[in-house]
Design a binder for this molecule. Structure first.
Ligand code: F6R
Length: 244
């Protein structure tokens, strides 16, 4: 629990930087699972600062993003490729060829094999060392909406109305929010060696309490994380307000 989102974000960025440097020292690559949305933006800002001011290099880093809307054109401003370029990739020395995001622009019939390829690419990279997560107000992680199975893999899902409503402002109205998304599965996320979930503000307090203190249930996908040995929930005071 942290006094502010900024304080928690600095700590999360520090842990990521530490992993990258440890791997660098061993001549290995660091494989990061990344999230979009408002929550991780400050983490990315701090990573950019560490790159600019403290020489943190991302040359040995491979990234896999959690999810992308479907359908979504690669250049679209609401798309997660655009989000990652703007908020991180354009400002660091990462090789863009090592930055993976599910492709929301492929035809529906190719999504299944795309999901399988995504899983294979993660496995071929050696698996995810560190996964950064946010949480939806309905408890989703990635776009694994309530009902997602614990062994689910990268696949096409139908977005909940609540998720689409939360995205409506960005798309200029709910009618413009895609109805589907491609997301890593709960099973994909649970294979990450270390996980940090970030959550800020009182509007996430109730779902964070359910995820941390409630039963492990598919109705709160983030509650599956209770079964992971190396997971940390980082939140600000406002978000921790309902924890006992
Ligand atoms: C984003 C993602 C989602 C978000 C969640 C919270 O890649 O996978 O699970 O983390 O919807 O979104 P924000 O941070 O905008 O509240």
């Amino acid at each position: 629990q942290y006094a502010s989102p900024a304080a928690a974000s600095l700590q999360a960025a520090y842990e990521i930087a530490q992993l990258i440097r440890d791997k660098q020292a061993k001549g290995e690559r660091a494989v990061l699972g990344l999230a979009t949305g408002s929550t991780p933006k400050r983490v990315y800002k701090e990573l950019i600062r560490l790159h600019r001011e403290e020489g943190l290099s991302f040359k040995n880093v491979t990234t896999f993003n959690l999810d992308e809307y479907f359908p979504m054109q690669p250049g679209a401003v609401q798309g997660y490729r655009h989000f990652m370029q703007e908020n991180l990739f354009n400002h660091i020395d990462i090789d863009q060829a090592n930055c993976h995001i599910p492709d929301g622009s492929i035809p529906t019939e190719l999504v299944r094999s795309h999901g399988e390829q995504y899983e294979t690419m993660i496995a071929d990279a050696g698996g995810i060392d560190f996964q950064l997560l946010g949480i939806g107000r309905n408890g989703h992680i990635g776009f694994n909406e309530p009902g997602s199975h614990s062994s689910s893999v990268t696949r096409l899902i139908t977005l909940d109305m609540a998720t689409r409503m939360d995205a409506a402002a960005e798309f200029g109205g709910i009618a413009n929010v895609p109805k589907k998304a491609i997301t890593m599965g709960i099973g994909t996320i649970m294979k990450a060696r270390k996980i940090i979930l970030l959550a800020w503000g009182e509007n996430k307090a109730a779902i964070v309490r359910q995820a941390v203190e409630g039963p492990v249930t598919e109705f709160v996908p983030a509650s599956w994380l209770q079964a992971h040995g190396q997971v940390k929930f980082m939140m600000d005071d406002a978000c921790a307000g309902e924890l006992t």
